[in-house]
Design a protein around this ligand. Sequence first.
Ligand code: GLN
Length: 539
Amino acid sequence: MARYIFVAGGVMSGIGKGIATASIGRILKSKGFKVTAIKIDPYINVDAGTMNPIEHGEVFVTDDGIECDQDVGNYERFLDENIYTDNYMTTGKVYLSVITKERNLEYGGECVSVVPGIPNEVIKTIKRAEKKAEADFVLIEIGGTIGEYQNLLFLEAARIMKFQHPRDVLFIMVSYLPIPSMIGEMKTKPTQQAVRNLNEAGLQADMILARSEVSLDEPRKKKLAIYCNIHPEDVVSAPDVKSVYEVPINFEKENVGNRILKKFGIKARQSNLKEWDELVKLIRNHPKTVEIGIVGKYFESGHFTLMDSYISVIEAIKHAAFSQNRKANISWISSEDFERNTKSLGELKKYAGIIVPGGFGNRGVEGKIKAIEYCRKNKIPFLGLCLGLQLSVIEFSKNVCGIKDATSREFDKNAKNPVIDVMEGQKELLKEKRYGGTMRLGAYDCELKPGTISHKAYKKSTISERHRHRYEVNNDYIKILEDKGLIVAGVNPKQNLVEIIEIKDHPFFVASQFHPEFKSRPLKPHPLFKEFIKAALRP
Ligand code: GLN
C-alpha cells in the first residue's frame, strides 16, 4: 500500500500549494520512490474546461484528455511524470460519479448519504490513481482554503483515511504569514486560526510550510509550534523565491524529504537533485536574456495583469531559454491594443520572437491577425499555438491567397470561406449545446513531413501531442494555401487533420494545432519551443 500526503492551504489561496506539492513530489522521486500527485478542485464544475482562464487560470490538458487545473501542469513539470484522469477531482466530478452509480443501481438499494458516500468516492478515486501510477507516495492537494465550506467533504475524506490508516497518512498545511507594512512584523495569528479550523475538521497538521516574503525566524517558529500543536522542526520556512524551480532545493535544505520519511517510519535516504540543482544555479546566474512577446487576451483583470492563463506557455518558453543558457524576458501584449491602435505594430520589432497562444471566441482576434501579418512580413520568429495556427491560416488566406473574407466558422457561422471549419464530429455536439468535455482533447499522433523545421526539431517522423479544440483547417483550401507557400508540416494520419503549418522563406514561422506547451519539462524542453528560441537568438 502507498503512503498518502494531503496538502491543504491556510489563510488564503494563491500561496503556492501546487508548487509545494509538486516540490515534495520531486524530492521523494529523487530519493528513488514512485510518486504521483492528485489535485482536488472544490468547484461544482465537472472539470476546468468550462472555466474562464481569467478567473481560474490555464486549463491544462493531459494525455488522456482531461481538462484540469493548472497545478496538474506543475505536477507534470516537477515530477516529470504523466498524470491521468483520476488525478483530478472536482466536487462536480465526484457527485456526478456517485449519482451515475446510484442511477445504475450500483448501490444495491442503499440510501446513499453525502457522508460517507462522497468521501468514499474520493478515497476510491485516490486509490485508482495510486494503482495506475504504482505509486509509493500519493500527494493529494486540496484546493481552496481551510475553513471554506466548499472543501469540507474532501477534508472529511482525508480524516477518514487518516483514521483508517494512521501510519500511512500525513497532513501538511501550507500557510501564509503576512508582514503588514504598517506593523513591519511577521504575524502568526492567521496561521493559528487556520490550524484551529483544521482541528474542527478532525485533522491535525503534521507539518506546516510557512510561506512568507522572507524566512521564518526562530521566535516565530517556536510560537507557531506551541499554538499549533506541532514540533518546531516541523514548521518549515518557505520564503518567496525568484523562480519556482528553487522550491525543491529550498525544501531539501530544510530536510523536508527525510522528515516526511521519518514520520512514515521509513529510513532516511539521500536525494538526487543534482540536475535540478544545476538548473537552479543556471537560473540564478544567467547573464543574458531573450525577449519574447505573447500576444493574447487573457491577462487583464481589473487593475491587475495575470499570468496564470498562459502558465504552461510561459514555462515552456523558460525551459527552452534555459537550454540555451538564457533567461526569457516575457512581455504581455494585449491583441486588443492593436485593434484600438493604442499600440503600434512596430513595437513587435522589439522582440526576438512572438507567440500567439490558444484562445476562444471573437474578442481580440483581429489584433492577433495583425500581429501575425507583421511577424510574417518582417520575418520575426513566430510560434502559433492552436488558435495561433488557425489565425495564421486565416491571415495567409486573406493577405497572400487573396481570399478577403477568409475566417473561421467559430467567428462566423455563415462564413463563405471558412478556411477554418468546425470538425465533423463537433457539429452535433454544438447543436445540442453539449459543451463540457467534448472538444478534441488529449494526445493524438501526428506525422511530420521530412525537410520541415518541425521534422528537424523533433528529429523523428511520428509524434504525439495534446489537443483542445473544436475547429480545424479546412482541407478544401490546402491546395490554394500550399501553392502560395504555406507548408503543411504535420498531419494526423487517421483523420487527415492539419496539425502543423510552416511558411516558406521565413526564418521561423511555425504554428501547431496542438498545445506543445503541455509537454515541456524543465529538464526536457519541448523541441518546438527550443527551435523557436534558437531562431529568436539567431542574429
Ligand atoms: N477556439 C479554437 C477551437 O476551438 C482554438 C482553441 C484553442 O486555442 N485551444 O478550435
